[in-house]
Design a protein around this ligand. Structure first.
Ligand SMILES: C[S@@+](CC[C@H](N)C(=O)[O-])C[C@H]1O[C@@H](n2cnc3c(N)ncnc32)[C@H](O)[C@@H]1O
Length: 216
């Protein structure tokens, strides 16, 4: 159902292909990748197409979701070296740093009461020098902006044959999320010691940026 909901968003699958392209184009041999909020395993699926990727560490505080990611990896065969960790960035052993950190569609679930900041700081602290963060979130300035996009979303869902029930699930869920504006996102990145996010993907209320550790 989660994937069906995602299919209703025009081009969202391309965001995962971009992750593959960014990892492939990352300088350095066999980059070590941290997948934060591995959930259903979509990033792992995307990384399966990279012939340059090194070890992958996939984390998620939900053991159930991580099991889904594990099943996804298992179905891909033995080509990827994936370590699964139930938890957050705090549960990764001290001193481990990653060439690429992905954070796709996780932070919009976290409250802006210091939790989003702590999350971003955790990502920043896990980036190796020269490492790249790929971060995607639901993002809009005001709920009116979301409302204006809804008819396009529903029409697109219909065109691609997504059921009305699946399409509605997304519409019911988004207004309940602690979504923040792009301006607030940029301020949190700066506070957490990350460089200005660079937008690489946008469709309806979904955005994806790259960033790295800001110089101290
Ligand atoms: C909407 S899913 C996204 C899954 C996947 N990244 C994708 O793009 O399909 C969000 C995932 O983030 C996980 N999550 C929630 N809070 C988290 C945190 N603080 N750190 C890491 N993952 C978290 C949830 O358990 C869930 O599996």
């Amino acid at each position: 159902m989660y994937r069906e909901m995602q299919r209703a968003v025009p081009g969202l699958d391309a965001m995962y292909r971009l992750v593959q392209a960014l990892v492939t184009s990352h300088t350095g041999d066999a980059p070590h990748v941290l997948v934060v909020g591995a959930g259903s395993g979509r990033e792992i699926e995307a990384l399966d197409g990279c012939n340059v990727v090194g070890r992958i560490t996939a984390i998620d505080p939900s053991a159930r979701n991580l099991d889904t990611a594990r099943d996804t990896a298992g179905a891909l065969g033995a080509s990827l070296d994936v370590r699964f960790v139930v938890g957050t960035t705090n549960d990764i052993p001290d001193g481990e740093a990653f060439d690429v950190v992905t954070s796709l569609l996780v932070m919009h679930h976290l409250r802006d009461d210091g939790t989003k900041f702590a999350y971003l700081k955790g990502l920043r602290d896990r980036l190796a020098p020269g490492g790249r963060l790929i971060h995607a979130d639901v993002c809009f300035d005001e709920i009116d902006d979301f409302d204006r996009l809804v008819p396009m979303y529903l029409a697109h869902a219909d065109i691609v044959g997504v059921s009305a029930d699946a399409a509605r699930l997304e519409l019911n869920a988004i207004p309940q999320l602690p979504v923040i504006s792009e301006r607030r996102t940029r301020a949190l990145f700066a506070e957490a010691g990350l460089t200005e996010p660079f937008e690489i993907f946008r469709s309806l209320w979904y955005r994806c940026w790259t960033s790295s550790r800001a110089p101290q």
